[in-house]
Write a protein that binds this ligand. Structure first.
Ligand SMILES: *[C@@H]1O[C@H](CO)[C@@H](O)[C@H](O)[C@H]1NC(C)=O
Ligand SMILES: *[C@@H]1O[C@H](CO)[C@@H](O)[C@H](O)[C@H]1NC(C)=O
Ligand SMILES: *[C@@H]1O[C@H](CO)[C@@H](O)[C@H](O)[C@H]1NC(C)=O
Length: 326
């Protein structure tokens, strides 16, 4: 008994040293209970977006074929249907994020609408619509800054859209989606993954679906420039995530390999160095990622697979992000 107690004190002591010695993120105490392959129900789901809800075990993925949204717990193997897309007019669920108030934002693809749900009540809070004819727009992905403003990409329009934080708090459900900046003179169309840098100064935008580029938008001035990777092949970026100065970019050109490109961004975020690629035999044409502590949750979209024959079941898989931020 005493020996056991001593042992556990020693373990605690050793663990605290370990914690001090390692850089962020700290070791995940629940790691051993977490699952590495999650099952998304349905044979025609084609899950594209993924969002992790902070301070909860939950994450969400959305179907581009039905607009349905599924919820998973990091401790449970099977996701369950959480929101039926057709109930709210969600044609496609694409990129998604959860804010610090447990509100889920879903980019609605060709419908031109961003949907906002309260995850406590499952209530639809807002539909922000850009008013464009269906299929002339493709709201693809979004990210949220610390002030609560949301920035949204459009693959078909040369536009970045924005939702102001104050509009999310309004009572009105249906509101216009504001055009924030015209990107014609920058990357044009093809906007895809997007992240706000941790210093809140910039957006990094995956752009031009064929050329494989990332562009930096200065939030204060709306100035947009192409990020320089010194000629390194980074693949064609789809989903993006950033932590400190490390950018994770999911390659969507699967013919050249299934990988997440890790890029160390330089100060100023206008250049970076491709440092390594994360791969896994469990990748099945992934689209995007979410952080879960030291790991990445990777959603296996299987886009481009002829619709009748995806590899079933659809999955979300866990890989280590690695820990090189500085
Ligand atoms: C889905 O696919 C699995 C595996 O191929 C099959 O066993 C199952 O019957 C299919 N379900 C439906 C509803 O088609
Ligand atoms: C948009 O495109 C989809 C897929 O091609 C098609 O099924 C749908 O009818 C189109 N909608 C409109 C309003 O054109
Ligand atoms: C560039 O991005 C990194 C990572 O987000 C950040 O630490 C840094 O402060 C940014 N801005 C500048 C001006 O370097």
């Amino acid at each position: 008994m005493i020996l056991q107690q001593l042992n556990s004190y020693f373990l605690l002591f050793a663990l605290s040293i370990l914690t001090l010695a390692t850089a962020l993120p700290s070791p995940d105490p629940d790691a051993e209970y977490k699952i590495s392959v999650y099952i998304v129900p349905g044979n025609n789901t084609f899950p594209e977006g993924i969002a992790r809800q902070p301070n909860s075990p939950y994450f969400y993925v959305g179907s581009v074929t039905t607009g349905d949204i599924y919820r998973g717990s990091v401790y449970e193997k099977n996701l369950v249907k959480y929101i039926t897309g057709s109930t709210y007019g969600i044609i496609n669920a694409v990129g998604m994020r959860v804010d610090c108030k447990d509100r889920l934002y879903v980019a609605g693809g060709p419908g031109g609408i961003v949907f906002v749900f309260d995850l406590h009540t499952k209530q639809l809070l807002h539909r922000f619509s850009n008013g464009l004819p269906q299929n002339t727009t493709l709201l693809n992905d979004l990210d949220i800054d610390q002030a609560g403003n949301i920035y949204i990409t459009d693959t078909f329009q040369p536009t970045l859209f924005r939702i102001k934080a104050s509009d999310v708090n309004r009572q009105t459900v249906d509101l216009p989606l504001e055009k924030w900046v015209d990107t014609t003179e920058a990357f044009g169309t093809g906007g895809n993954g997007i992240v706000v840098t941790e210093d809140q100064k910039y957006l990094l935008v995956a752009a031009d679906v064929n050329a494989g580029e990332i562009w930096r938008a200065v939030i204060s001035s709306k100035k947009i420039d192409k990020v320089n990777f010194g000629g390194a092949v980074i693949g064609v970026p789809d989903g993006l995530l950033i932590r400190k100065n490390i950018l994770y970019s999911v390659n969507s050109r699967h013919e050249i390999g299934q990988f997440i490109q890790v890029i160390k961004m330089d100060p100023g975020n206008l250049s970076g160095t491709a440092t390594r690629r994360i791969t896994s035999p469990l990748f099945e044409k992934p689209s995007t990622i979410a952080f879960d502590g030291p790991d990445l949750l990777v959603v296996n979209f299987q886009y481009g697979v002829p619709l009748p024959v995806p590899v079933l079941p659809f999955t979300v898989v866990r890989v280590a992000a690695g820990d090189e931020a500085q």
